[in-house]
Every structure is written in C-alpha cells, then in structure tokens.
Design a protein around this ligand. Sequence first.
Ligand SMILES: Nc1ncnc2c1ncn2[C@@H]1O[C@H](COP(=O)(O)OP(=O)(O)O)[C@@H](O)[C@H]1O
Ligand SMILES: [Mg+2]
Length: 347
Amino acid sequence: MSAAFAALPADAGGDAVISIRELTKRYGELVAVDGISFEVRRGEVFGILGPNGAGKTTTLEMVEGLSCPDGGEVVVDGLSAWPDPTAVKARIGVQLQATALFDYLRLREIIHLFGSCYGVRRTPAEIDALLDRVGLLEKRDSFADQLSGGQAQRLSIALALVNDPVVTFLDEPTTGLDPRARRALWDVIRAINAAGTTVVLTTHYMEEAERLCARVAVMDHGHLMALDTPRALVRGLGADAHVTFTLSEPLPLEALCGLDGVSSCSAHDGEGYAMVADSAQRAVVSLLDLAAARGLTIENLDVQGANLEDVFLRMTGRKLAEEDEEDERTDEPEKPRRRGFLFGGGG
Ligand SMILES: Nc1ncnc2c1ncn2[C@@H]1O[C@H](COP(=O)(O)OP(=O)(O)O)[C@@H](O)[C@H]1O
Ligand SMILES: [Mg+2]
C-alpha cells in the first residue's frame, strides 16, 4: 500500500449520521469484517466499493441491525444499533427482496402492506407519490412478477423509503442490470438523495462509485483500504492517465520512459506502447515532439484517465471487476439475488 493511502479519514468532519468503530464480524475462522471504522455524513451518497467477498454486505447488515457484530460499535442518527437494534431499524430504509414475497400483490398493495410493517399508514395519494419517485406510477396496478429486473430494483428502493428513513441502504442496487436500466436507477438514487435522504450503497462497479458517490470506502478481504472522494482517491495514485499508441517503427523504451510527464512505459507486440502519465498533457506533447524529431508516425493514440479501478489495482494488485462483462444481462424480467427480509423470512 502506498503512503498516499495510509491515513484514513475516519472522522467525517461534518455532521455524521452513521459512525462505526472497530466493527468486526467472524464466521468461524474467517474474519469477514476486520475492525473497520468510518463515518457517513448526513446528506451524502456514500459508497462501499469492493469485489465479491470483500465484506460489504456483512458490514451493511451490522449497521442495519440485521446481523450482530462480534466487536465494535455502530451509531445511527445518535442511537446505538446494538445490542437492541429496534430504534435504529425504525429510522432506516433497507432495500430487500420484494418479488419473492409479494408476487401475488399489486405494487400499490405491496407499498401499503410494507408501510404497515413499519406502523406507517400510507394514503393512496402517498403511495402514488412514492411510486412516482421511483418511476413506477404507471405500474401501480401491476403484479411484482410482471416487473423487469430494473423495475423490481426500483420497487425495492420504494420499499426502502416507505418509512421516510434518515438513511437508506442499497446493497449492489444495479448488479445484473443492463447499462440503460443501471443509468435509470442512478437517476432515481440521485433524486432520493437530492430530496434529503442519506444513501449508503455497496457496489463492485468502479463507474457506479465514481459517478454516484460523494465519498467511497474501498474494502477488500474485510479491511477498509481507503476512504475519500473518488477524485482524491485517484489523485492519490500520482497517475493522471494511461496513454497507448502504436508507432510506424519501433523505439527503444528508454526514449519513451524519459519523456516529460511519463512515469512508466511498456511495449506490447513489437509496435504497441503503453505509458502511465503523471501529466497526460505533458506526456502527449513530449511524445508528439519525439515522434516529429525522429520522423515517426503515431497511430491509435488513446488517452484514458486514471480511475478507481487503478486505485484498487494499486492497493491490492488485483482487478476490481473482472466479472463485469458476464454479469451484464438484459433488462428482462428476472429475480436479482437479494438479501434476507427485514422482518424475517425471504431469502
Ligand atoms: N453467513 C455466512 N457464513 C459464513 N461465511 C459468510 C457468511 N456470510 C458471508 N460470509 C463470508 O464472508 C465474506 C464476506 O462476505 P460478504 O459480506 O457477503 O461480501 P460482499 O458483500 O463484499 O460480497 C465472504 O468470504 C463470505 O463468503
Ligand atoms: Mg454483497
């Protein structure tokens, strides 16, 4: 781990709505969450980013009062979640499995039933308003099993809002959705946040964390690796961009590695080159100058900004989302894997 990631800003600095300290969960020998501490600021979209098995869901479930920690503490909106999570549960919204339980009910009936579980009686107008917030008003009389994957996820978000929560928790809300459904869901999440609800979400999609979250906690193997704004995390890399290109004739690597703005470089398949640039602009200008001076032609020039994927790779030596390609499915009716039901049951 580089020095840039050593200091974790555990203190949110502003008004913390969630505060966790030394939170730990073990399953037998496995330490699923290993003494992590962080705070979530009131009003932000906070992301927990990490690959499968990192401990994201286990962390959420301890904060939500669904899974008892083996150590540490959780405070939500000034209340301790443990040993008795009842008061915390009443103030939060948790995305859950709607489709498996309520296939025989209409959407408006599900919302009504769900409100009753919280002791909240929603009027028909309030139910319509809630469905409208997640873009499902026209589906109010449909059955849950008639929804596409993206629509089912939006219904589960509506259910996570039924009690006007202070914080809403979304566990991998867009996993398994196609890019169009994913973007639609991002818009819903942004709108919920803009209306004043703090959002805590988990994701293994780098782009989702980068685009949606004010701050991101990077987790791997139960550890908190880094926590900051996406921008600051990327800046901490000291790498600005990846520059790739081909040359009409081979060049010795020393000539490229020594260029202004370039921090490292490599050659591929004889004529393809890749450079990591600490300044994309200086690297490209010096590369063009070099090529002109030597009478070489540059082709296939591509500049890609550094991103959270690079941050994760640098910290762990592994890629974040190797399975991204294969879990993009179409927005056909489907049942995304969801977690246990807040009030028992589900699966
Ligand atoms: N109920 C359980 N029993 C045993 N091991 C579990 C259980 N739940 C999760 N784990 C393990 O804990 C680790 C973290 O899991 P999880 O929190 O689900 O990760 P993530 O949500 O980041 O994919 C994984 O190694 C997982 O296999
Ligand atoms: Mg998970």
